[in-house]
Ligand binder design. Structure first.
Ligand code: HDL
Ligand code: ZN
Length: 417
């Protein structure tokens, strides 16, 4: 195996990252078996909610009027505003072009109709194969919500069978809206009352067990507001400690907390209407310290929380920090955060997840992130070599595979797919 030198380091890092199979541990994409829950193709790509938000910065059109347009008309409006009449320099705008270019299309043509025609020539299954091949992604973890009627029907109807798509049990309605969601639990045969008495705690645990087993869930996940706190005098705090934590340990299924979302600050924007707030790492410290046999995956949304989250991971080996989430998934912030994490945590973290909502996005989100993670690695391994440390290609391959997914599988105590 070749020794790494200052001279061959950049190419060796690029090769190692390109070859490392990616496990994308948090996405919103779906296997073909979920029908039209799987979003793909250029019109979905251009009307991604990130671009909807950016579109409204260039138009006074009433929100309702935009959302009443057809998907095609929405895409044409966004294409005009964000691509034709203003250069597409934002990360989300550039991402569309990276996808089209990697699909082999002539981005310079700016011909949306021709891009549409290309996508229409594929079946969903063919497009899934193509996107996985181009992006280098080997497996994705979906976001699976049993409170979503459409998705629930797929699971109760027998689910899906594509091993590239793994499941995660998403429990936002349970934890953030128990006053309403407990009524659905009752409808589904779980005797959960609004006060969450002893019997209800056991019934919520049974609900969690049933869905973890039905989905073969890799972890349980929830997105949480900046005000999230445990312990506190709230149903959410009790649900976390009395229901989620025990089942998480019992089934050895990590609990993923995604902290810092201010939901619907502009409710007229729908999915594009959420924003960010600085949170506290205290609940993360409390849970990791009190439950050392539980495993916690955590990502936080505010840039200001990244340093304290990385320091918290130094204190607790049962905490795995992951991704540059949502408003952090931009080159300048991915670079800053990945540098900070590598300097504080070495290789014991997961630098990125895509959060892809449209299948095609796997292509750009991983292409862009590989380049930035690679840039940081060249610097850090360059510093390493400067001490006289000797490094061979096998070790660089090992490290890259860990960052691109192996660390996640090791944390789960499972062998990668
Ligand atoms: O809660 C989440 O999982 C977030 O990722 C939201 O889905 C958000 O709308 C998003 O797609 N961010 O990238
Ligand atoms: Zn997400």
């Amino acid at each position: 195996m070749a020794m790494i030198t200052k001279e061959n380091l950049p190419q060796a890092v690029e090769r190692a990252l390109a070859a490392a199979p990616v496990t994308d541990l948090h996405t919103h994409i779906f296997a073909e078996g979920f029908g039209d829950l799987l979003l793909w193709g250029v019109d979905e790509l251009v009307t991604y909610h990130y671009l909807i938000a950016e579109n409204f910065r260039y138009t006074g059109m009433p929100y309702e009027r935009y959302f009443a347009l057809s998907k095609k008309e929405q895409a044409e409006m966004i294409w005009r505003n964000l691509f034709s009449e203003n250069s597409p320099v934002s990360e989300g705008q550039r991402g569309v072009l990276t996808v089209l270019a990697k699909l082999g299309l002539d981005v310079g043509s700016r011909n949306l109709a021709s891009f549409r025609e290309f996508c229409a020539s594929f079946t969903p299954g063919q497009f899934i194969d193509k996107v996985f091949a181009i992006s280098g992604v080997k497996a994705v973890v979906m976001t699976n919500d049993p409170f979503n009627a459409k998705e629930r029907a797929v699971w109760l109807g027998g689910g899906y069978d594509d091993p590239r798509f793994l499941a995660a049990l998403r429990i936002d309605p349970l934890l953030n809206g128990y006053d309403q969601s407990h009524l659905l639990l009752r409808e589904w045969g779980y005797d959960a009352d609004k006060r969450l008495d002893r019997k209800s705690v056991e019934e919520v645990k049974r609900f969690l067990r049933d869905w973890i087993k039905r989905m073969k869930a890799m972890y349980m996940a929830v997105s949480l507001p900046p005000s999230f706190m445990v312990p506190e005098d709230s149903l959410r705090s009790r649900l976390v400690e009395e229901c989620v934590i025990p089942v998480s340990q019992e089934l050895d299924v990590p609990f993923a907390m995604m902290i810092g979302v201010n939901k619907l600050v502009n409710h007229k924007l729908g999915d594009a209407g959420d924003s960010v707030g600085k949170s506290s790492v205290r609940p993360v410290e409390y849970l990791c310290e009190k439950y050392p046999d539980n495993k916690f995956l955590v990502t936080m949304l505010a840039r200001e929380n990244q340093h304290e989250l990385a320091v918290t991971a130094r204190k607790f080996r049962n905490l795995l920090v992951f991704g540059c989430w949502w408003f952090l998934n931009n080159p300048s912030l991915i670079e800053e955060i990945t540098r900070m994490r590598m300097e504080l945590l070495g290789l014991s973290f997961v630098p990125q997840h895509s959060d892809a909502r449209i299948l095609d996005q796997l292509i750009y989100k991983w292409d862009h992130s590989r380049k930035i993670i690679g840039k940081v690695m060249v610097d850090k391994y360059g510093d390493l070599l400067a001490t006289g440390w000797k490094l061979d290609e096998a070790e660089l391959k090992r490290d890259a595979e860990g960052l691109m997914g192996g660390n996640f599988w090791r944390f789960l105590g499972k062998t990668p797919l």
